[in-house]
Design a binder for this molecule. Structure first.
Ligand SMILES: Nc1ncnc2c1ncn2[C@@H]1O[C@H](COP(=O)(O)OP(=O)(O)O)[C@@H](O)[C@H]1O
Ligand SMILES: [Mg+2]
Length: 395
């Protein structure tokens, strides 16, 4: 097999388009000896964020993925674990693993954040340290400041004190100072979506891609839309129906998507931009526990597969859904943190501090009930001071 070491000299940060052929003008210039029957302009490799596409330029000997000859002049995605061999004519070529990952992963780290609205403290020392590949749940009673905390992390609001950093290659980048750099990495799903009810899902996603990536051609856009929605759990038949349904809304009087479909359409708008950090405000609200778990399972899959940093506020998750999160940030009514550590240790910690037992109940319900009982307040505050560090996992 011919290893394409020549790629390494091309400079592989960010998006690229690499022309392969025998012509001197190609980025990768190959001789007839190296690849018999190579065309002057044979094929082109294109990377958009973390996705790699290939196109054959109507070459005589063709370009093949696992012996399937690519149609002429049409883009096909190369999926890292999805192929065995790529050939130019009869010559196999090696595709370096680093070609599939266009960007370093991004973690999130904050110092203690403080924020008030007209003098009322709504964030009182909350902080987050989230690694790529991890899922963090933010829970707490209604009005405790979960959405505000997400807004502070995503750069929409600036804390009165405290800092938010995106961590890239171990270098902290201040989200509020360098917002223009960081914003491309952040995907934010607001609790109330802002989709245009008159459009079909396909039209809306297509506009969204056109606005964000001016250089993508229609064929790649179409591909990204379909693939993203398939990842969201639609099979071929349901996918067509979903894409061609009008979004609709109660206010506009246009009947459209169901609640679960609407959440997924909303999520698709974020995912097509290929964010590295996913901030989600109640991605499961209004859904049945089965649909809610489907969404969180999907987020878990994407987080692990793409090494995303996922942080979601969540309301009343089922036990299964709760356990899909690696870490839990539990907030109290006054915008303070009452627990921040591994999800698995949360119940044992509160059992210890409050001297109660949860037995088989839903962990989320147990935790929120404890916050609701003011007689535990002192115990919890003292518990935080004395005991929490025993339980909190190192992040
Ligand atoms: N724009 C606003 N103006 C005044 N108060 C607000 C505003 N947004 C949120 N708050 C208050 O801040 C607190 C936290 O709100 P929020 O983060 O939305 O809570 P939740 O935990 O339910 O997401 C609440 O008491 C809310 O009333
Ligand atoms: Mg909220």
């Amino acid at each position: 097999m011919k290893e394409f070491d020549k790629y390494k000299s091309v400079g592989l940060n960010g998006d690229f388009e690499i022309l392969i052929g025998s012509s001197k003008t190609c980025t990768i210039c190959l001789t007839e000896k190296e690849v018999p029957e190579i065309a002057k302009k044979h094929a082109v490799l294109k990377r958009i964020r973390d996705r790699l596409f290939i196109k054959d330029f109507a070459s005589k000997s063709g370009t093949f993925i696992d012996n399937h000859r690519l149609p002429k002049n049409s883009w096909e995605e190369i999926i890292q674990q999805g192929f065995k061999e790529i050939k130019l004519g009869n010559t196999p070529i090696g595709i370096d693993a680093q070609l599939f990952r266009g960007r370093p992963r991004i973690g999130i780290k904050t110092t203690a954040l403080h924020y008030d609205i007209s003098g009322k403290i709504v964030c009182n020392g909350a902080y987050i340290q989230a690694q790529p590949g991890s899922m963090t749940a933010i829970m707490g009673p209604a009005g405790c400041g979960k959405s505000i905390l997400l807004d502070l992390i995503n750069g929409y609001r600036t804390p009165n004190s405290g800092k938010v950093f995106a961590i890239r290659d171990n270098i902290p980048i201040n989200v509020h100072h360098d917002y223009s750099l960081v914003r491309e990495w952040l995907g934010y799903l607001p609790q109330d979506d802002v989709m245009i009810p008159e459009l079909t899902v396909y039209q809306s996603l297509n506009y969204c891609l056109r606005l964000q990536f001016t250089c993508l051609n229609q064929q790649i856009r179409e591909y990204i839309i379909r693939q993203t929605c398939q990842n969201l759990g639609f099979d071929q038949v349901r996918l067509e129906k979903f894409l061609h349904t009008v979004i609709g809304s109660a206010e506009s009087g246009i009947r459209g998507l169901s609640g679960g479909e609407r959440k997924r359409a909303n999520l698709a708008h974020e995912l097509i931009a290929m964010p590295l950090v996913l901030l989600l405000d109640e991605p499961t609200s209004g859904l049945s526990s089965v649909d809610a778990d489907k969404i969180v399972r999907l987020l878990q899959k994407l987080t692990q597969l793409d090494d995303l940093t996922t942080i979601a506020t969540i309301h009343q998750p089922s036990r299964d859904t709760f356990e899909r999160f690696d870490n839990l940030l539990l907030m109290n009514y006054d915008g303070t943190v009452i627990y921040y550590g591994s999800t698995a240790q949360a119940v044992p910690y509160f059992e210890f501090v409050t001297e109660t037992t949860n037995t088989d109940r839903n962990p989320a319900e147990y935790l929120l009930e404890i916050l609701d009982k003011s007689d535990y307040n002192n115990k919890l505050i003292n518990g935080i001071a004395k005991e929490q560090f025993k339980f909190i996992m190192p992040l």
